[in-house]
Ligand binder design. Sequence first.
Ligand code: EPZ
Length: 425
Amino acid sequence: MTKEQALLIEGGKRLNGTVRCSGAKNSILPLVAAAIAVRDVVTFQNVPDIADLRSLLELITAMGITVVSFKDGELTLDSRGPIEPRVENTNGYSLRGTQTMVGALLAREHRAMLPSLGGCSIGARPIDLHIKGLRAMGTSFEWKDGYLVGQAAALKACDVYLDFPSVGATENLLLAAALAEGTTRVFNAAQEPEVYDLISFLNKAGARIVPVFPFGFRIEGVGQLHGTSHRIIGDRIEAGTLMIATAITQGESTITGIDARHIWSVIAKLRETGANVDVQGDDAIVVQGVEGYRSTDIRTLTFPGYPTDAQPQMISYLTLARGNSVVVESIFENRFGAILELERMGARIKVTEETAIIEGVESLNSATVQAKDLRGGAALVLAGLAAHGTTTVKSLRHIDRGYEALDAKLCQLGASITRVDREEG
Ligand code: EPZ
């Protein structure tokens, strides 16, 4: 039996009030890797206290990096000391967040050792594009004793074209090129806000990275980087999750700490269903849900298209829309994990390969459901907010990986949620 936690969610409460979203999970993970390349003291503000970050801090401590402090959203790291460029999978942490360590360790130590990056529940998560780009910059890779070992006597600048605008591959190449000799250009690069957050930090630390048309970056390698401090951007996926939570309960909430330009796709889609969404100043979004909202269609794409990370949450919302909705998941091969559980709550969804057809129903019924991945778990919480009765969402570890106290934030908006310990077989 394992010790797990679950949420008991009493459905039917309209969310109402104001809540501030935390800093972006998908910013702080690559930024911790970037701190290694900087080889100095760096401080980040607006940092979310989430399990994925805690695990990553354990990993870098084992490598020799000092976590000076992490309190009240402020994280200070000292990477001046000698380090062992090997990522130990000490705590079974899903190593996805460490993929950008490769570029940082190669830039700093010209060597990187990672255990298999393994897939996760939403897909195989290969790193072939990372390896292809780093090889082009002079890195050799080989598997040795279960570790992927990358070595580069000297990283050399070059033009790299990404077959797919992979976020992680883009971040790895930016980190490797920042300290390479010469000027590197990356084409068909990811344009996600978290990539620009990483660039903003690196440039403050002395890097020379500029965007080039179309969808590329030019990186002029420098001899070394220096310490700095950086406030990370708000988490657009958490903001989108809170917006959809408000809409599915026909409530009215203000979400602060978010740049609306980072989540315009969710704003547009909620408006298409009839919800009222207003942008207030440069860091707040007001959502007013409506009864009998309409269906709409979604195709997940790279930024600024609709984010795959907000797809499961939108499916929960559309189960109660008037009419049929079509959702196409074009980024990951297995991101409909929550649908079976939603069907157990009365949702009507038909899945063929990457397409889900959602037939709107009058209501959802409470059930005991199990989170299987981060965003699918959030989708089940949202369904519980709207269902009749009390829904139990088990295996909270998946949700706590990437959301800082999602249940507390929802309770701040008037939800009735209790977090309980449970034994799970
Ligand atoms: C980042 O993952 C995010 N994680 C993911 O967020 C997010 O879903 C994803 O970008 C897309 O936006 C972090 O930033 C820590 P990709 P990443 O490389 O970098 C394929 C969440 O819920 N691919 O852009 O791994 C890959 O299999 C998480 O917060 C290759 O085929 O995403 C996927 O199908 C989930 N070969 C697609 O590209 C490669 O070498 C997008 O992957 C790399 C990627």
